[in-house]
Design a protein around this ligand. Sequence first.
Ligand SMILES: [Zn+2]
Ligand SMILES: [Zn+2]
Length: 482
Amino acid sequence: MPSLTFYGGVNEIGGNKILLEAEDTKLFLDFGMSFKIANTYFAEFLQPRKCTALADFFELGLLPDIEGIYREDYLKHMGRPEEARSVDAVLLTHAHADHAQYIHFLRTDIPIYCTEATKIILQAVEETGSNPLSDLITACDAFTFYETKKGTLGRVTRRNTEFVHERTFHVLEPGEKVTIGSLELEMVPVDHSLPGACGYIIYSDEGNLVYTGDIRFHGSNQALSKNFVEKAKAAEPKWLLSEGTRIDSTQQDSEAGVKSELTQLIADRAKGLVFVEHPIRDLDRVNTIVEAARANNREFAVTLKLAHLIETLGALSPFSLSEVKILVPKKSWGLISKEGIDSKLVERDYATWEREYINRANSITCNALQKNPEHYVVSMNLWEINQLTDIQPESAIWIKSSCEPFSEEMELDEERKRNWLEHFGIKEYFAHASGHASGAELKAIIKEINPDCVYPVHTEHAEMFKDFFKNVVIVNAGKKYT
Ligand SMILES: [Zn+2]
Ligand SMILES: [Zn+2]
């Protein structure tokens, strides 16, 4: 039987890093960041140090110390000898950080399997993010010197393109079966709060394994999740690795419900601008907001990052960039909202990727929001909230369409946001549906799939699976299960 070792996603929501070892074949299912461990030891101004390469991460259990999986530049910097690659592939279920972020640390010769949308989102994170752990599609040699034209030594940066390496990605199509060593795998799309999410069915001579990734049944793509359950059932799996984020929740969410709540709130409560705070890359939610805005004769204005994601996803986005407005914020010198300034000078306020979006036909600035507040719904979050000073909104409302804070850091951010809203006299409302299945739904699908045994992951309440299923393995992190 293949063995399983859970290096993350145990007694926590996210951080999934699951090693599957079969005869001659080793795969990782996801390779995500654990927010729980990171928040246990680190804070905004106390982060793992780059200079220690992997040492801070190993010391505190953020990464498992496994031979043959980590990037050679980091290992070399730590004084470790060269290692041979020990893992055949990483299968990603989706591009959320708690499933994919730590591929940053992996050797570039480990092939990564995922959906097309997942790869595009990772690319967008690498291009537009400010996170230093964003070597997702390509990796630039760290702790490396090069000889300058003057014959001195310089530190390698991404500008030294000969030191940038492409990772090997395999984009999977639904229904396609791919062989890796002694295993055969099938990617099956599911509904979740991010485009391109999938689960996997892994076929082996000794039995089949199903991994849900993150899944829900109440979003715009719920048919995908239902199809996943049918395929999983047909595989007659021995092992089911099931997410259990909301195993303790009976609340039945619905994306369609969010749409009617948003539509109603805008109609009943909004006299001026409407700000909506939403999960930043959840394009189903963005689509819901676009439709709710439209139903109220308003247009939705998105951030530059969101504009870039919509455009790069192309046909994989549920709507096109031309259907929304792009809000170009003031940056650096703030020249964008001034009349008659040379466009070359204005551009210099923006990163190269942002310049693409500042002069589109559907680009707007705070001036448009001030002039016609009743025409717009605006994508907004704490990190861009200082634009309120430029906009000076009157009679505006804020709709929080994202999850409640679940850590002390998030509580503090929430408090800061409330202070801003209070300062500008903005009233806050709420309309949200989760990215995860409810307890009742998980129970129903596990009964339907009927595996020999269930390994709960991505949950703080694994023991609750025992209330309705006989063969549940409560996992310990780092222990090998055979
Ligand atoms: Zn997750
Ligand atoms: Zn997720």
